[in-house]
Design a protein around this ligand. Structure first.
Ligand code: GCO
Ligand code: MG
Length: 402
């Protein structure tokens, strides 16, 4: 089965998405997500200028060989641009293989290990009262797990709080917007949110929180400790993990479970974290960590160390990534949870999909492949619009982590 054509489709049905379509001489085709939020066009160029010419004429069934060819063969290994491009190729090829086998992808991976994939939604409010209202909406929708973020008194805006609520979208400016940050205000306020949520809703639901890389290890240790009475499912990205050893300090001080890894691209980015059992959940996902092939490797390694999968699933990960991820997560033995930020109706129309939500779980559906399509005519109606993620400064103007 030869690859005869591959093309990149860029569309902006409310936000930008980059999709790779690989077509074979047998009429079968597959699609893969290649969206890198705020840096989309760099992956488009990487695919069009440097990957697609090498794909034409190759045997589409040799997924592993093509992965190795693109990874080892480029010499410049790793990095988000390279790995998003490889992920798209890999996802499209698994889609083709599963279609050729006339099976949903999860069957090809080894079959379902569970009835559905538990997902968490995002509740965010400008203050604790508003976040409480948002949490109650997710409970009504049947969610078992909910991430909660709140505005901080004295700060004009902060990560994870938006006016869009259900369709929260951080990439909001043709130039980066600027947020203001105070670690002290944040550390004082956040435990109050979770105290209020547990008082209101009890302990039946899983509660999650994203720190978005904004603390130092000792600050994160303090937050983890102060959140212990509220028994979080996880505290996410509590420090930047450029230095993986940083998580050790947090771990030494708190039993609040730790999740990290949405910006990691390979197993090397989390090798120490997993091997030393410094985390509980790894957030790597199909689109940024080398596709199904590499995610399998990360998950297998993580399983040896009691680390579970908690794949990233914000709105900038397209329905194509979500479909692939759900197939993966229905199978993967060490599953934890899948993030699920709902896409808008416009996005869902461009990407018709077989997955569906029921009682807090998503199921990938039983269409052959990963179960997600792209309506190219509709996609063409939404041209690319430059959009940046925000940046973040401390109150005195110092650049800080977003
Ligand atoms: C999350 C993330 C997102 C990211 C976004 C970047 O946990 O969902 O932190 O909100 O910031 O996906 O592109
Ligand atoms: Mg996050």
């Amino acid at each position: 089965m030869k690859i005869i054509e591959a093309k990149v489709i860029v569309t902006c049905p409310g936000r930008n998405f980059v999709t790779l379509k690989i077509i074979t001489d047998q009429g079968l085709y597959g699609i893969g997500d290649a969206t890198l939020n705020g840096r989309e066009l760099s992956v488009v160029s990487y695919l069009e200028d440097h990957v697609i010419p090498c794909l034409i004429g190759r045997d589409a069934s040799r997924i592993e060989d093509i992965w190795q060819y693109l990874y080892r063969g480029c010499y410049w290994r790793r990095g988000p641009v390279t790995m998003s491009a490889i992920s798209a190729v890999d996802t499209a090829l698994w889609d083709i293989k599963a279609k050729a086998a006339n099976m949903p992808l999860y069957q090809l991976l080894g079959g379902a290990s569970r009835e559905g994939v538990m997902v968490y939604g995002h509740a965010n409010g400008n203050d604790i009262e508003e976040t409480k209202e948002e949490v109650s909406k997710y409970i009504e929708l049947g969610y078992k797990a909910i991430r909660a973020q709140t505005g901080i008194p004295g700060l004009p805006s902060t990560y994870g709080v938006s006016k869009d609520k259900m369709y929260y979208e951080p990439a909001d400016g043709a130039l980066p917007t600027e947020n203001v940050w105070s670690t002290e205000k944040y550390l004082d306020h956040t435990p109050k949110l979770f105290e209020a949520l547990r008082n209101e809703f009890g302990f039946e639901h899983h509660l999650l929180h994203d720190v978005h890389h904004r603390l130092t290890p000792i600050e994160a240790a303090r937050l983890g400790k102060s959140l212990e009475p509220y028994r979080l499912f996880w505290m996410e990205d509590c420090v930047a993990a450029d230095n993986q050893e940083s998580l050790r300090r947090v771990r030494e001080h708190t039993v609040t479970p730790l999740a990290i890894g949405e910006i990691f691209n390979t197993v090397w980015d989390c090798k120490t974290l997993i091997e030393q059992e410094l985390i509980d959940y790894i957030r790597t996902t199909v689109v940024h960590a080398g596709g199904i092939s590499h995610l399998k490797q990360i998950a297998g390694f993580a399983a040896l160390h009691h680390v579970k999968m908690g794949c990233h699933g914000a709105t900038d990960l397209s329905p194509v990534c979500m479909g692939a991820s759900l197939n993966f997560n229905l199978w993967v033995p060490n599953f934890g949870v899948q993030e699920y930020m709902r896409h808008t109706e416009e996005t869902d129309a461009v990407f018709p999909h077989a997955y569906s939500f029921k009682d807090g779980y998503l199921h990938p559906g039983d269409k052959p492949g990963h179960g997600v399509e792209i309506d190219e005519a509709l996609a063409a109606k939404y041209p690319y619009k430059r959009a940046f993620l925000p940046v973040n400064r401390k109150e005195d103007g110092t650049m800080w982590n977003w």
